[in-house]
Design a protein around this ligand. Structure first.
Ligand SMILES: NC(=O)c1ccc[n+]([C@@H]2O[C@H](COP(=O)([O-])OP(=O)(O)OC[C@H]3O[C@@H](n4cnc5c(N)ncnc54)[C@H](OP(=O)(O)O)[C@@H]3O)[C@@H](O)[C@H]2O)c1
Length: 356
């Protein structure tokens, strides 16, 4: 490699011009992302260098490259935060990993590269016997989903959750994890062709909410019927909401049981004002779910939660579905999925094949 590696760089935020002025419509990500040659990062104290095998690409990576995400690294930057691979070098002070370990890491940024630098506290050993491609979306999809269910939603065995955006990355992980936790799941998606994926992931009932107010109202009635059929006549214990938009007030608030939780994970359909009185009448709590901030306050509990997810993987209780693996040279296709709302479960870019 001669001290150089291949890495994707984002050279400009696609939603803004060269001077930082917002564009009426974001440029295609193909105009701002490219596969380049860069120096290999240095392994600092407290860090490890990982030979990346797989990188998870998710909705926030595309959103960030457009300049709309809450975190805006200075350009140029290497996108993506979730990787799996093999540790090649261990920095000073790191005693719990060694070169050759199969590892999963959550990076601050820099995942779409042949070699990534990860803080040791955000690295985990990959469960034995699990393909590294199945572990490449651990933090953004699985940790987000588990935090939403367990910590914010307070879901336990026998509980009932409704997950919307359920064919997407976090949604699918929420369906799989809720089932592994012993809960029942109503999965919800916008259209019929998206129903297969959450069904395969184990959802008890899959419903469509469509795209307009009339179909949202119809969905609300069906979701309440489904909750009753699943033994929860007063409504679901928690909604794990990726979508927001008009769906939130039109349907979601009314599906929660009294004192249940509306867990706010994302807002892929944008944000709409809601009447707080709706929450009062329904006696529902709307709570934001942001595991990374919570993990700074409760690092021990956070590591325990990640370990529980890895245990589910090791036991086969969760079997992450990865049906889209793109070659490194085709990385743009992974971003285009999210530009076009075609994300489905885990999306992965193969940087280097694992030798059996
Ligand atoms: N809070 C956290 O810690 C955390 C962590 C990771 C991600 N997130 C957020 O969670 C949300 C979901 O992320 P994800 O990775 O699961 O995304 P994804 O794979 O793209 O799935 C998102 C789903 O949202 C729905 N959607 C509705 N309108 C959309 C639009 N205009 N564009 C794209 N999708 C739309 C789609 O389902 P339907 O077509 O079926 O409606 C889609 O399947 C995002 O807002 C992301 O930023 C939050």
């Amino acid at each position: 490699m001669d001290g150089r590696m291949r890495a994707v760089q984002c050279h400009r935020y696609a939603g803004f011009d060269q001077h930082g002025k917002p564009l009426p419509k974001p440029d295609p990500l193909s105009e701002v992302l490219s596969l380049d040659e860069l120096p290999i990062p240095q392994c600092e104290a407290g860090h490890v260098l990982i030979d990346v095998h797989y990188t998870g690409v998710q909705f926030p990576d595309a959103f960030q490259a457009q300049g709309f995400y809450q975190e805006r690294p200075p350009v140029p930057y290497i996108p993506a935060v979730d990787v799996s691979g093999v540790i090649r070098e261990v920095g000073e002070g790191v005693t719990n990993f060694q070169a050759g370990d199969r590892a999963i890491a959550k990076l601050p940024i820099g995942g779409l590269a042949e070699i990534a630098k990860a803080p040791a506290e955000s690295v985990w050993l990959a469960p034995q016997g699990i393909d590294l491609s199945a572990c490449a979306n651990l933090s953004r999809n699985y940790v987000s989903a588990y935090h939403s269910l367990k910590v914010v939603g307070e879901i336990s065995a026998g509980g009932l959750v409704l997950v919307d955006g359920a064919s997407g990355g976090v949604g699918m992980a929420a369906v799989e994890l809720a089932k592994a936790m012993g809960a029942k799941v109503i999965a919800a998606v916008s259209s019929e062709e998206k129903t297969d994926f959450p069904r395969q992931a184990g959802a008890d009932i899959v419903l469509c909410y469509g795209h307009d107010k009339a179909s949202f109202r119809n969905f609300k009635a069906k979701a309440n019927e489904a909750a009753a059929d699943l033994g929860h006549p007063n409504g679901v214990d928690a909604v794990i909401d990726m979508v927001q938009g008009e769906l939130f007030e039109a349907a979601l608030v009314s599906t929660v049981r009294p004192l249940g939780k509306l867990v706010l994970v994302g807002f892929t359909a944008g944000q709409k004002p809601i009447r707080p009185g709706m929450l009062l009448i329904k006696q529902a709590a709307a709570v934001g779910s942001l595991w990374a901030e919570w993990a700074k306050l409760y690092p021990t509990q956070h590591r325990q939660n990640v370990q529980e997810i890895l245990d589910f993987l090791a036991q086969g209780a969760v079997q992450p579905r990865v049906d889209r693996i793109f070659a490194f040279d085709d990385f743009l296709q992974a971003f285009e999925l999210f530009e076009q709302n075609r994300g489905r479960g885990n999306t992965v870019v193969r940087i280097k094949a694992e030798v059996a």
